[in-house]
Design a protein around this ligand. Structure first.
Ligand code: SF4
Ligand code: MG
Length: 464
């Protein structure tokens, strides 16, 4: 999901709509904004894209106030219905409270069960609602104390932006799985502060990047000031390495590194590890482009756009039903025969999940007359599901869980197939070799090394 919040801006809701638009790649199913005008909260949520939901002046102008938060939804837990669309809202003794969540809690099921047996009435099926009930049942205190008490009970991944009377609050879980950045913006009425999943959402409103919110940190935006609270002992940092591989936008800088440059380096590392004699390097657009550029630069094989993408279709992967996902691939890509016919082709993509995309693309490239087709993947084989907010399917549907690289080569129908190694991926990130405490990312979908207990998933592998 994508999250955004702004405090102290006369046009808080329109700014939030722009921020959500820049973060649309993080979730395309639904979106919502909640604002506060000093007396009242205003909310609008809908299924669909930001551009369709918030382009009408009449909608945004009703969201009054100089504080607002918003959410782009990408359903990982809970169904797709409107009641799961965020920001979620509740009334407390201290006043109204809205919350937008990116990530996935790994003990929400257990907590929910406990809360329901204590009489809590849940209104959604989303894991995020657990925060509201934990806050409601907390032993009194102000909004900050209640939030901290809730955070002490949850496990898993959460970058949060909350809106309360007087505050916009940003939080990252102690391992910092998902990104969250702080920015600021000068207006005629003073300094306003901004929180967002990625820096591309600061750029769109011309805000200045201040810093990343730290893992385990809570930042409170109030009256032109930013206060930092650190309620947790520092934990191991485990930023999601897949944010660099695929999820974040390439023009963002997250956790101190340019996503584009990281992808380029991953591509060149891949070319060093698994070179191939070929005539042309072709990315699977759009996600394969920066790593294909890196691969081409490193190998000296020319880069060409041999597959053209139709931009009027959403990311295939994010379409929820299998049927649409199936159809989507053909709607989305076409082979550019002029760059393919009679050539030895290296296709570069970021990941193989179910394998549907690669199978279709390879067929298409062969049909366009490729002499040889080699595939290079800028992540290690995806052998395990993510429980931290990226919607990978269950283990049994992951191609790399069921088949070896040799078998996948056959299934996908390529002359050769190679994935970057986990150490190669760490090298590309400029990180020390992945060993012992040197690990600085979550890489569980590639290694099975889950950095938190998987309380709701007893059957899944646990932390060793
Ligand atoms: Fe990211 Fe994979 Fe870890 Fe999920 S399991 S947080 S996708 S690295
Ligand atoms: Mg792709």
């Amino acid at each position: 999901c994508g999250i955004f919040g702004i405090m102290g801006h006369p046009e808080a809701a329109p700014m939030t709509a722009l921020g959500l638009h820049a973060l649309q790649h993080r979730g395309q199913e639904a979106c919502g904004i909640v604002s506060y005008d000093g007396e009242q909260f205003h909310a609008h949520r809908a299924i669909g894209h930001v551009g369709d939901t918030f382009s009408a002046h009449s909608v945004v102008s009703q969201l009054k106030g100089n504080a607002a938060i918003g959410h782009d939804r990408y359903a990982t837990t809970g169904g797709a219905g409107l009641r799961n669309v965020q920001p979620l809202f509740a009334d407390f003794e201290f006043g109204g409270f809205a919350i937008a969540h990116n990530g996935n809690l790994t003990n929400a099921g257990r907590l929910r069960h406990q809360l329901v047996s204590r009489g809590c009435l849940f209104q959604s099926t989303s894991d995020t609602e657990v925060f509201l009930h934990l806050m409601a049942t907390a032993r009194g205190g102000n909004v900050i104390d209640r939030l901290v008490e809730a955070m002490r009970q949850v496990e898993g991944a959460y970058s949060l932006i909350a809106l309360a009377p007087e505050h916009v609050i940003g939080i990252r879980d102690p391992m910092g799985f998902r990104p969250l950045v702080l920015g600021k913006l000068e207006t005629a009425s003073g300094t306003s502060h901004v929180l967002a999943s990625e820096t591309c959402a600061l750029d769109i409103i011309d805000a200045e990047f201040v810093r990343d919110v730290e893992p385990g940190e809570m930042v409170v935006l109030q009256g032109g000031k930013v206060t930092s609270i650190k309620p947790f002992q520092p934990a191991e940092r485990r930023f999601c390495i897949f944010e660099y591989v695929y999820f974040s936008r390439p023009d963002s800088v997250v956790e101190g590194a340019s996503v584009y440059q990281a992808r380029r380096r991953i591509g060149s590392e891949l070319a060093i590890e698994s070179p191939v004699e070929a005539d042309v390097v072709i990315p699977v657009p759009d996600s394969g482009v920066p790593s294909a550029i890196g691969f081409a630069a490193q190998s000296g094989v020319p880069f060409e756009l041999g597959i053209i993408r139709n931009h009027y279709v959403g990311r295939t992967f994010i379409e929820p039903s299998d049927q649409i996902r199936h159809l989507g691939v053909r709607l989305k890509h076409n082979a550019n025969r002029a760059m393919i016919e009679g050539r030895r082709v290296v296709l570069v993509d970021d990941s193989i999940v179910r394998g549907t995309t690669s199978q279709k693309i390879v067929k298409m490239v062969r049909a366009a007359g490729a002499k040889e087709v080699h595939m290079r993947i800028s992540s290690p084989p995806t052998t395990n599901p993510c429980f931290y907010g990226v919607d990978t399917p269950e283990k049994s549907k992951l191609l790399a869980h069921n088949y070896s690289v040799e078998q996948m080569t056959e299934l996908i129908g390529v002359d050769s197939l190679a994935f970057i190694s986990i150490d190669g991926l760490y090298r590309a990130m400029g990180a020390p070799k992945r060993a012992g405490n040197a690990r600085q990312f979550c890489d569980a979908c590639f290694t099975g090394d889950y950095p938190t207990p998987l309380t709701d998933n007893e059957a899944a592998p646990r932390r060793s």
